[in-house]
Design a protein around this ligand. Structure first.
Ligand SMILES: [Zn+2]
Ligand SMILES: [Zn+2]
Length: 329
């Protein structure tokens, strides 16, 4: 099969012909149709994530068809269209797994990081961690739901019932979360890199009530902020425009250092927290929402072999929405 492989950090991806993988007990073999490109893939390729499988095939927003079962598997059925997300495996018995927080399991294994992912014609996945996909989205448009959508949704859920939500970094996750928030009658403010008027126009087109640079002050203070950009300086910036009692949620897996800031920014019961990974419950809830709310998923398709070009466009903030690799199978 064709695959794009991360052989060593900071060297980009290398095109390779590899043997088709075989599903082990409890696993399914999936023929990949589309795989989204996530910022986490950049962190992996840049060597910013500890102890990756090496070499590793990135990609954790996978849409494909089940073509073989490993021993003991009966579902999902052969021929079923499924999605494979970031969360690839958990232990099932630790204090986190048994309390609805499998996203924090110390033995969790993640797709396209510690297990081979979807930048390939085929992928093997644990059958218990794949999702059915809403019919209203074709393969290309379903792919970003699997991380941008699901992990974005977990960040959004941590904002509680906040009526006014600011979103920092208006990329793939933000454009999906903003649509869910607006459908649920919240007001969304979008913060982009200063001077990125194209991203600000995109945010307004999605339905943001206000869009501006991250150095700008929004028209009113916010009840919550979601930070999807990997920039630590946004934390004090967001706290400064969040109301007393409001929550600032950091949604990325990696962020530059957070500069020191005066306690007054946190004082008055503001909450600062991160969100890590996702649980299967997050995924199921988000897929149910995506099935009922017609999300306008913005994608930019690339052939699998042009993964490095897609990653470069993401790195330089040149995408509106999500890059998705297609295998042509
Ligand atoms: Zn566990
Ligand atoms: Zn991701």
């Amino acid at each position: 099969m064709q695959a794009m492989v991360c052989e060593r950090p900071q060297q980009g991806l290398v095109a390779a012909r590899l043997p088709q993988p075989q599903p082990g007990p409890g696993e399914v073999l999936i023929r990949v149709h589309a795989c989204g490109v996530c910022r986490t893939d950049l962190h992996l390729i840049d060597g910013e994530l500890p102890e990756p499988k090496s070499p590793v095939i990135p990609g954790h927003e996978i849409v494909g068809t089940v073509v073989a079962h490993g021993a003991g598997v009966s579902a999902p059925a052969l021929g079923a269209r499924v999605g494979v997300p970031w969360l690839g495996h958990t232990c099932g018995h630790c204090e986190y797994c048994t309390s609805g927080r499998e996203n924090l399991c110390a033995e969790a294994r993640f797709t396209g990081y510690q297990r081979d992912g979807g930048y390939a014609d085929y992928v093997v996945a644990d059958a218990r961690y794949v999702f059915a996909l809403p019919d209203r989205y074709d393969d290309l448009h379903a792919a970003p739901l699997l991380c941008a959508g699901m992990v974005g949704y977990r960040a959004y859920r941590m904002a509680g019932d906040a009526p006014i939500i600011g979103i920092y970094g208006f990329g793939a996750a933000a454009h999906l979360v903003a649509q869910v928030a607006i459908a649920q009658r919240r007001v969304v403010f979008a913060f982009t890199r200063p001077g990125d008027y194209r991203a600000q126009d995109f945010a307004r087109q999605i339905g943001a009530s206000w869009a501006g640079g991250s150095d700008e002050v929004p028209p009113v203070s916010m009840d919550a902020a979601l930070i999807f950009a990997p920039v630590g300086a946004l934390v004090p910036a967001a706290l400064a425009v969040t109301k007393p009692g409001g929550t600032v949620v950091c949604g990325g897996i990696h962020m530059s250092d957070i500069p020191s800031f005066p306690y007054s920014l946190l004082w008055q019961e503001r909450v600062l927290r991160s969100v890590a990974n996702l649980t299967r419950r997050d995924g199921e809830e988000f897929m149910a929402l995506a099935g009922s709310i017609p999300l306008d998923v913005h994608v930019e398709p690339f052939p699998l072999g042009e993964a490095n070009a897609a990653l470069a466009r993401l790195r330089h903030g040149e995408l509106s929405g999500a890059a998705v690799l297609t295998t042509g199978l």
